[in-house]
Every structure is written in structure tokens, then in C-alpha cells.
Design a protein around this ligand. Structure first.
Ligand code: HEC
Length: 142
């Protein structure tokens, strides 16, 4: 096959797959990309502050039982709440703050997976960064 023709075949396969994904509302992971939050931002925030405070307590308490497991779970749920929140406003700054909160929380979750090898400085730095992000978004949107 001539290379130009091969390129054309590849391009149409790519377009076909893209079209299918749009129709199916799915990306290559199989998860929906047509997501719309159903809860109010208010309820989301009440949960967010619970998880945020809970996470802070665990980070400050090296003797907490099942500490790494709980840090991991709490950070992941906080990340998901923030992930949902990226869809609650079309403004770029709002989305960037929500995404930043999500990404910081995921760094904490991944660090906690290392258990005994987890770097406590990462927990502290990302927690402080998240606190800053809460305030930045609230200053404009709360
Ligand atoms: C991307 C923007 C954004 C980020 C980031 C954000 N918030 Fe909010 N938050 C809001 C908005 C908007 C409201 C007002 C919602 C409402 O009451 O309708 C709010 C309200 C709140 C409230 C008040 C709820 C009440 O009872 O009135 C709390 C508590 C709260 N946020 C906690 C947090 C915490 C903790 C963080 C960080 C871990 C955070 N938020 C990060 C947008 C954000």
C-alpha cells in the first residue's frame, strides 16, 4: 500500500473510533465522559470540608490506627469531590482551582499507598496547598 493511502486508512480508522467514542459517551478507559453533577455545590462543599478536616487530623496524628489506609481513602474521596466540582462552573479559574484540589489530593492518596515509605513532607505540603486553593476559590465564588 502506498504510504499516502495507508495514511488515509489510518485517518479514517481514527475518525471512526473518535465518532464511536462520542456516540458511546466513553473514552478508552470505558468510563463515561458525559458526566453531569446532580448534587448542589453546597452539599458537595459540606462533604469536602468533612473529608478535608478528617485528612488533616490523620496527617497530624502519626499514631492513628490504619493511618495510611485512611489517608489514602479520604484523599481519594476528597479528590473525587473536587473532580465533580470541576463540572460545576464553566469559568476557567473555577475549573483550575477545583482541578488543583483534585490533583493535590491524588498526590496525597498515591503517597499514602507507599505506607511505611510515604514521605510525610509530601502530605504536609499538599495539604497546605489545598488549603490555599479552598481560599482562592472562595474569595471569588463563595
Ligand atoms: C473551585 C471552587 C471551590 C473550591 C476549590 C473549594 N470551594 Fe468550597 N465553596 C465553593 C462555592 C462556590 C461555595 C458556595 C456554595 C454554596 O453555598 O452555594 C463554597 C462553599 C463552601 C463551604 C460553605 C458551605 C456552607 O455550609 O455554606 C464550605 C465549608 C467549603 N466551601 C469548604 C471547602 C473546602 C474545605 C475546600 C478545600 C478543601 C473548598 N471548599 C474548596 C467553591 C469552592
Amino acid at each position: 500500500m502506498k504510504s499516502s493511502k495507508f495514511g488515509l486508512v489510518l485517518a479514517s480508522v481514527a475518525i471512526g473510533m473518535f465518532g464511536w467514542n462520542v456516540l458511546a459517551g466513553a473514552d478508552e478507559s470505558g468510563k463515561s465522559d458525559a458526566f453531569k453533577p446532580v448534587a448542589s455545590v453546597h452539599s458537595l462543599m459540606v462533604a469536602q470540608v468533612d473529608y478535608f478536616k478528617g485528612l488533616g487530623k490523620l496527617i497530624d496524628d502519626p499514631d492513628a490506627p490504619k493511618r495510611m489506609k485512611d489517608i489514602h481513602r479520604k484523599a481519594e474521596v476528597l479528590a473525587e469531590l473536587a473532580n465533580v466540582n470541576t463540572q460545576n462552573n464553566k469559568a476557567a479559574d473555577y475549573q483550575a482551582w477545583a482541578a488543583s484540589l483534585r490533583d493535590d489530593a491524588m498526590v496525597i492518596a498515591k503517597e499514602a499507598k507507599k505506607k511505611g515509605d510515604a514521605d510525610e513532607a509530601v502530605f504536609k505540603a499538599k495539604f497546605s496547598s489545598m488549603k490555599h486553593t479552598c481560599g482562592a476559590c472562595h474569595e471569588v465564588y463563595q
